[in-house]
Design a protein around this ligand. Structure first.
Ligand code: DC
Length: 639
């Protein structure tokens, strides 16, 4: 997933998408499946990083988890699960960590739960407290018990617990621990939160009982032996919210999102949008058993500001998307009681206000409230630059904001976080007619100047694809030698290039089905390639393919001799690498010094797009510098 994405606004969106399987349900299906005595079959599981971590964590605890296309099977049971030998890495997922804490509290022995930097800064005291009250020992860093979290479980007893802040994660952790506790475990919720754990526990035959009381709910569970189940995970409403909002705010759009979970605690954002005047068509289906799902069609309408209470959207996951809708609306929208947004993957209260401001509307934080002044009257949306800080929801909200902002390209940094929850997001954006691209970086320079090393590392750091155009010229030279075509027979080599199917990799360079990754670095090709590359007709063919490659990848890092001058004269960044001749010879130890200088001479003096530095290319002398040092300098130009 690219780190930085440029999203263009101004075009209407249209079509249908199916968002990833709901993350909340996916985590719970895996956990409860792992507790079932037998094999559960789950379809449509979220394919994001978060859920993958939970899958791996359960496997580390002894469950057998198999993945076959869209179908995941989980085989577990009380007799199978055990405390894992190594820490469980929950990555970025607060849900994963809190729910796993509840599950491992019921296992004998000690489990350590770790996460990435963002998760490591999130408080775990709200799960630690009830699990401790049940007899587990839970320790973390500081007063708020931040990860790494160590849970020593076994011998639990039921408790009666009222979470101080409404939280489905805390409720679920307590209920999962309750399955292994003596007596009854009771959770009183002052405000109802998402009910997936209760629904799935009921499906798995747990001894569970749920009573609604006013705005809240009481859930009771006793130690139970669970049975396996089959489940189709419906689409994630919090991901659907991005497309529904896009349908409401991008002029002349018509978007249908299919099969999204439509249980009462998750569809609050639809009510908010409807109140703002959105044109929504919601078709609900309930035949999927425990998981009612809906198709939602959204079209633009004149939106007006409203007041949104946290209780309408208990997880607050849809607030960033709704803030974008509010920015596009007429009047003021007040999001009341949003303090919890501060402790999500990033401070989303600050982030949402910053995004709204960046797109040309106004926002302020008043205590725990977010107040958005929409632009409908007077103001104008504009394209912008926004750093999501790696928070996936902020990045996706910013992409929707960019689509709504009218003509022009917006830049969203920290986009790679989207891989945690919605790997196909950009694919879906393009499928709906939106345009998103990554930066195009041109790296030119003579042989041995460090192009390959720098471009490889740079592409990895930017999360984008890399094209070695030299490998394409080399592949054509190899094919000419292989087929007995004289490299200086311009017409014959050009014909060969036109007819050849070249896959430049990485990792493997393949021409007409033959893997030539190693062969193109040999002495024969070294000697012939400059002649082949000086052939204007060959260049015409390969340059066209290089441009097609970039179009297909939406950008990337491309290295060669003429990338900044001829192939991509409008590249976002052009870098021209050089190095002292002795150092270049040393780096190309497999090629004779006189061979390299002859090749450089030919490449730099030929008539057809010779090796040259573009006027606007940054010059970097890599002599005696570390790769890291050069990469940092190049990255600094992209920031
Ligand atoms: O980068 P390299 O050494 O693998 O490139 C092999 C040859 O291909 C090089 O001698 C010049 C030629 N080349 C070119 O003319 N234009 C490019 N864009 C890339 C390589």
């Amino acid at each position: 997933m690219p780190v930085t994405v440029m999203v263009a606004g101004g075009a209407p969106l249209g079509g249908e998408v199916r968002v990833p399987g709901d993350k909340s349900i996916s985590h719970r299906a895996l956990l409860i499946g792992a507790l079932g005595e037998g094999t559960s079959v789950v379809r449509g599981l979220s394919d994001g990083d978060d859920v993958r971590r939970t899958r791996e964590a359960l496997a580390a605890c002894g469950a057998e988890v198999h993945h076959d296309g869209d179908v995941v099977t989980v085989t577990g049971g009380r007799g199978v699960l055990h405390a894992p030998g190594a820490p469980l890495d929950c990555g970025n997922s607060g849900t994963g960590m809190r729910l796993l804490a509840g599950l491992v509290a019921g296992l004998d022995g000690e489990t350590v739960l770790v996460g990435d930097a963002s998760l490591s800064s999130r408080p775990m005291d709200r799960v630690a407290a009830p699990l401790t009250a049940m007899g587990a020992t839970v320790t973390g860093r500081g007063a708020r018990c931040r990860p790494p979290l160590t849970v020593r479980g076994g011998e639990l007893r039921g408790v009666e617990w009222t979470p101080e802040v409404a939280s489905a994660q805390v409720k679920s952790a307590v209920l999962l621990a309750g399955l292994a506790a003596s007596g009854v475990t009771v959770v009183h919720e002052p405000v109802r939160t998402r009910t997936h754990t209760e629904e799935l526990l009921a499906l798995a035959g747990a001894d569970i009982d749920v009573v609604d009381d006013g705005a809240g709910r009481t859930v009771r569970v006793r130690a139970s032996s669970l049975r396996p189940f089959d489940l189709i995970v419906p689409g994630d409403p919090s991901q659907a919210a991005f497309w529904v909002v896009a349908g409401c705010v991008v002029p002349k759009s018509a978007i249908r999102v299919r099969g999204i979970y439509a249980g009462e605690t998750r569809a609050g954002f639809l009510g908010v949008l409807a109140r703002m005047g959105a044109s929504l068509d919601v078709a609900t289906r309930t035949e999927d058993g425990v998981a009612p799902s809906a198709d939602v069609a959204a079209r633009p309408a004149l939106l007006t500001g409203t007041v949104v209470h946290a209780s309408e959207i208990p997880s607050l996951d849809e607030v960033p998307a709704l803030a974008v809708a509010a920015a596009c609306a007429e009047g003021t929208t007040r999001f009341v009681g949003m303090g919890e947004l501060r402790v999500k993957e990033s401070d989303r209260l600050e982030g949402a206000a910053r995004l709204v401001g960046a797109m040309g509307a106004a926002a302020r934080v008043e205590g725990d409230d977010l107040v958005v002044e929409g632009v409908r009257r007077g103001g104008r949306l504009r394209h912008f630059r926004f750093d999501s800080g790696g928070d996936h929801r902020m990045a996706m909200a910013a992409a929707v904001a960019a689509l709504a902002a009218g003509p022009g390209e917006s830049r969203v940094d920290g986009f790679s976080g989207v891989a945690t929850s919605y790997p196909a997001f950009l694919q879906h954006l393009r499928h709906l007619g939106g345009s998103a691209r990554v930066q195009l970086v041109a790296i030119d320079g003579p042989a041995g100047s460090g192009k390959s090393t720098v471009s490889r590392e740079l592409a990895a750091r930017l999360g984008v694809a890399r094209l070695d155009t030299g490998a394409m010229y080399r592949a054509v030279a190899w094919a000419a030698l292989e087929r007995g075509v004289d490299p200086s027979d311009a017409a014959a080599v050009a014909e060969l290039a036109r007819d050849a199917v070249i896959d430049p990799g990485p990792p493997d360079v393949v021409i007409d089905g033959v893997d030539v990754t190693g062969a193109i670095r040999g002495a024969g090709v070294n000697a012939a390639v400059s002649t082949v590359a000086a052939n204007p007709a060959v260049r015409a063919v390969l340059v066209e393919r290089q441009r097609a490659w970039a179009a297909a990848h939406g950008g990337g890092v491309v290295e060669g001799r003429d990338i900044g001058t001829v192939v991509f004269p409008t590249a976002d960044l052009k870098v021209f690498l050089t190095a002292a001749p002795e150092e270049r010879v040393r780096r190309r130890h497999d090629e004779a010094a006189d061979g390299i200088s002859r090749r450089d001479e030919l490449d730099a003096t030929r008539a057809a797009s010779p090796l040259a530095r573009a006027d606007d290319a940054k010059l970097v002398d890599t002599t005696g510098r570390s790769v890291e040092d050069v990469i940092e300098e190049v990255l600094s130009w992209l920031r």
